[in-house]
Design a protein around this ligand. Sequence first.
Ligand code: ZN
Length: 211
Amino acid sequence: MEGLKKRSKEIDMNIDFEKMDGLVPAIVQDAISGVVLMQGYMNEEALAVTQESGMVTFFSRSKNRLWTKGETSGNFMELVSITEDCDGDSILVKANPRGPVCHTGSDTCFDEVNSSKTGFIDQLRAIIKDRKNNPTDTSYTASLFAKGINKVAQKVGEEAVEIVIEAKDDNKELFMGEAADLLYHYLVLLEAKGYELDEVMDVLIDRHKNK
Ligand SMILES: [Zn+2]
């Protein structure tokens, strides 16, 4: 899943540190769930260290020094991407937290639960789309697209049968494996047809409205 690790290192940041007296607020969002994890401040050095180390680092006003989140707790936040806002005075960081973010033990500094991983489906869809548009010899996904729609549809059918078989047994690990296979091949089928998952959601939302 190298697509997930792509950092925005190459992107030229244009943050106006001067306007902000050297410290710019940095909002950190879970890269998968989208939940806001915490907010801190970065100076130019903290931003550079974050980009170089891949671990989100702030300038701590109370410690009066650079502070890498997790340096004592081990709950680092692994950098996924950094963007600036429209007028260059705020930073949005997307990261994967290794554990609870807040010193209180909460998932986030806003005391919110951050357990949903369904946002990963969107990342998976982006990777599947990329494999379709930029196929490589080693990619299983690209090989499915190369075989054509009938083969992809057939795979969904096979995986559906396999999950039915596992549903009758009591082995969670095997069932989860088939559940993941079915979901993945279903997403590949949607992409092969040129449809978006959001269009499926629209159908479900409409049905719900009509109830
Ligand atoms: Zn906190």
